[in-house]
Design a protein around this ligand. Structure first.
Ligand SMILES: [Fe+2]
Length: 284
């Protein structure tokens, strides 16, 4: 029997990540698949990196890059402004706290890869889709059908959506374990996936591990992240405490307000006034 943990969308929530590590080690994990978005949103990214490197030393680990790692690499390349604001402040806060070694690690990661196991069906992993880290795949969509044909496996595992899902269609299985960060989700419960390989077949299950969500929210203020990312940081805190997706709702509303005002939308460069207007409407 082979036990494989699937870990996606940590978003620097090192308290949630530590809870998951303790749970998978207790359950005698053999190998770990990582789905990207290791960093940004929560505080002290260096702690998440420390756990990642320690796991890599102790278990066979397979990594893909998420869109958040791409933002960090874009910042390194000078393609993203280094500004304290709701749009890019969380990326800047993280960028200033990680090392060249971390950026090299992300740079070497593929956005999709096949993982093979003895006597078990091969599995493909990606963050968003095999075509783009920011693409969303859901069961029954064209993007998922295309992913199966390109990845050439009967099992595709992805993250990014922060949405638990499993589907089986025409012998092809899709699995998304949701986010370790627990944004959104039941407050204080990190979510991850578990694959049990036996007799040439995989069994998929969703698991969760309790963590101190109030401490994770408090750290955003204490660490100074709040000063970098203003409204966005407040949305992350409220999401951690309530389990509702204030991060998504606030970003969508801020973009809508900007478009209504005739702004040209440039990714990660939305003027602060629209974030503030959205925050007021959402009572952040
Ligand atoms: Fe993502």
């Amino acid at each position: 029997m082979l036990n494989v943990a699937v870990i996606g969308d940590i978003h620097s929530n090192h308290l949630a990540f530590k809870a998951v590590i303790e749970a998978i080690e207790k359950a005698q994990v053999d190998q770990i698949l990582f789905l990207g978005d290791y960093l940004t949103d929560c505080a002290y990214p260096e702690k998440t990196m420390m756990y990642l490197y320690a796991l890599r030393e102790n278990y066979p680990c397979f990594f893909v890059r998420g869109n958040r790692e791409e933002y960090l690499l874009q910042m390194q390349a000078g393609e993203l402004p280094k500004r304290r604001c709701s749009s890019a402040g969380s990326v800047l806060y993280t960028y200033e706290r990680i090392t060249g070694k971390d950026l090299d690690f992300f740079n070497k990661m593929p956005i999709a890869r096949q993982v093979t196991f003895q006597d078990l069906p091969p599995v493909a992993i990606c963050h968003g889709s095999p075509f783009a880290t920011r693409e969303h795949m859901y069961p029954g969509t064209e993007s998922l059908s295309k992913a199966f044909s390109v990845l050439k496996t009967d099992v595709v595992i992805a993250g990014h959506n922060h949405h638990r899902s499993y589907s089986l269609e025409n012998g092809k299985e899709y699995f998304n374990p949701d986010s370790v960060a627990a944004i959104p989700g039941t407050p204080g419960f990190a979510r991850y996936g578990w694959l049990t390989g036996e007799n040439g077949k995989w069994r998929f299950s969703f698991r969760s591990a309790a963590f101190d969500n109030k401490a994770a929210a408090d750290e955003i203020r204490q660490s100074g992240l709040q000063d970098y990312a203003n409204v966005y940081a407040k949305a992350v805190q409220k999401s951690l405490l309530t389990g509702k997706n204030f991060v998504f709702d606030c970003a969508v509303l801020a973009h809508k307000l900007a478009m209504k005002a005739g702004e040209t939308i440039i990714p990660l460069q939305l003027p602060e006034i629209y974030w503030e207007a959205a925050a007021q409407q959402l009572n952040l």
